[in-house]
Design a protein around this ligand. Structure first.
Ligand SMILES: [Zn+2]
Ligand SMILES: [Zn+2]
Length: 286
């Protein structure tokens, strides 16, 4: 338990760094966590574990709990569904191999989306996008949005998504296809718990949640800045009814975004339940 705020310890279990589409280095991430009074954080970059070892070390030095995580992309019922892995084993070679495969798919997707943008008359090059992703082996749409903004092809990130690269828009291309069950299996193989990230953002939340439960999901991210209070409450009830893990995080990508680290303050009891769950599951496996 952290010494930071012993009376009311809280966690933020959904954070991105510059190893995916965030802007923070591990140093900034941990400094901000300290400043915000968080007792535990999870780094959950898209399709990469690269930032985890450095962040873990800094958290240890700072006396903050750390959970190595990842955010995978799956497809279900015609929608993109993000799956968080929490407590991922950093040395699991089959998992790392799969991450390399996803990263390759991301680069091919950038090439495809830039070519679609060019067809729409937008003069953007793949190099301009990848230059903005130079820290990162898992480039994504956020980098295309930054490049569109920098090249003055649009006025905001929101416009980049709503006009060009949002799901189903003119320059959108899907990621490597991965089912929920494949993502769950992959995460379980690496010792992690698998939870649906921000389920409140799904077009058909109830159907996606039910489907994910059928496919063996371990829990849901109930607390997220884009969830209304009633959505959070319903998700917690769902988890309680099915004895699933409850998580929450800010999904902070850095300073430029409007969502700040610690804007979700997950009560530490949920972290303890998660830790216990992962511990006993891996004990059974060993
Ligand atoms: Zn997400
Ligand atoms: Zn995220």
């Amino acid at each position: 338990m952290s010494k930071l705020n012993p009376a009311n310890p809280v966690a933020d279990l959904h954070l991105h760094s510059h190893y995916s589409d965030g802007t923070y280095t591990p140093q900034t991430l941990v400094a901000r966590a300290l400043k915000t009074g968080l007792s535990c954080i999870a780094l959950t970059d898209h399709d990469t574990l690269e930032g985890c070892a450095a962040t873990q070390k800094l958290c240890e030095e700072a006396g903050i709990g750390f959970i190595a995580g990842v955010e995978l992309t799956a497809y279900a019922l015609g929608e993109e569904v993000h799956i968080l892995g929490l407590h991922v084993n950093l040395d699991n070679e089959p998992f790392l191999e799969k991450m390399r495969e996803f990263q390759e798919g991301r680069k091919n997707r950038i090439i495809e989306m830039v070519s679609l943008l060019n067809k729409e008359g937008v003069g953007l090059s793949v190099e301009e996008v990848l230059e903005l992703a130079h820290h990162c082996s898992a480039p994504g749409r956020m980098h295309i949005a930054h490049a569109l903004l920098r090249g003055k092809h649009c006025k905001s990130h929101d416009e980049a998504f709503s006009r060009y690269i949002g799901e189903g828009k003119v320059a959108w291309a899907p990621k490597v296809n991965c089912s929920i069950e494949a993502a769950v299996e992959l995460l379980h193989g690496a010792g992690a718990a698998a939870l649906v990230a921000h389920p409140g953002m799904q077009r058909d939340r109830a159907a996606v949640c039910e489907y994910a439960i059928e496919k063996g999901i371990d829990g849901f991210e109930c607390y997220h800045p884009r969830h209304s209070n009633s959505t959070t409450r319903r998700l917690i009830e769902l988890c309680q009814a099915h004895q699933l893990l409850i998580s929450g995080g800010s999904d902070c990508h850095g300073v430029e975004e409007r969502i700040y680290m610690g804007s979700i303050r997950l009560p530490i009891q949920y972290v303890e339940q998660l830790n216990q769950w992962v511990y006993s599951k891996n004990l059974k496996k060993a």
